[in-house]
Design a protein around this ligand. Structure first.
Ligand code: E4P
Length: 217
């Protein structure tokens, strides 16, 4: 399973990248706003050290605007995935970009039918938002399952990029279902290492080592 980091915080990406946890990066206008930086500058900085796809989202909502913005974003680096919203104009832009060999991440997906259209438009990635569905008492993971079934039924190569991840359980559940990629905030990825029994066991080992005077160096 591929791990993308869902942030525009360059330091946080560096830290996870050094541990081998970064197969790509996703950003969106809200994350760029949070970083307080210029989108072109921060995306270029991320592309300088991340080898995998780096999603940069258009802000136009019409086809022509998305094409102009997407082309500008794609000039930043070869590993840019142009992120477009799941609207008719976004799907049209997706088809244009993928026909030109550019990577496209179709975002804001909340239904299996939307995911089916994105695959037919040649999307490289489809981003179903698990957490935002769960927030409404709907079932985000069920959507991942449905998309997996549909894509497998027809052999679509669009990768399922589970987004809007809020918990570590979202990640293991997505792995069980067979999502191709997850994108999660740095804190959630790091929290995967936590277990209360690990902490308890380590405390015992540290104490026993001290009691026994065990020295390695
Ligand atoms: C990723 O591509 C999405 O933009 C992101 O995961 C959205 O997450 P949120 O619902 O926590 O804002």
């Amino acid at each position: 399973m591929k791990f993308f980091v869902d942030t525009a915080d360059v330091q946080a990406i560096h830290e996870l990248n050094d541990m081998g946890f970064v197969d790509g990066v996703t950003t969106n206008p809200s994350l760029i706003k949070k970083s307080g930086r210029d989108i072109l500058e921060v995306i270029a900085e991320i592309c300088d050290f991340v080898d995998g796809p780096v999603s940069a989202e258009v802000v136009a909502t019409d086809y022509e605007g998305m094409i102009a913005e997407g082309n500008k974003l794609a000039q930043i680096a070869d590993n840019i995935a142009i992120k477009v919203p799941l609207t008719i104009d976004g799907l049209k832009a997706c088809k244009t970009f993928t026909s030109e060999g550019k990577m496209v991440n179709v975002t804001l997906c909340f239904s299996a039918n939307q995911a089916l259209l994105a695959a037919k438009a040649g999307a490289t990635f489809i981003s179903p938002f698990i957490g935002r569905l769960d927030d409404l008492n709907m079932d985000g993971l069920e959507l991942i399952e449905d998309i997996r079934t549909i894509y497998d039924n027809y052999g679509y190569e669009t990768e399922i990029l589970a987004a809007s991840i809020r918990t570590v359980n979202h990640i293991s559940d997505c792995a069980k279902i067979g999502a191709d990629v997850i994108t999660a905030p740095p804190g959630v990825i790091k929290a995967m290492a936590n277990h209360v029994l690990t902490d308890k066991g380590l405390a015992t080992f540290v104490q026993d080592a001290k009691d026994a005077g065990i020295k390695i160096l």
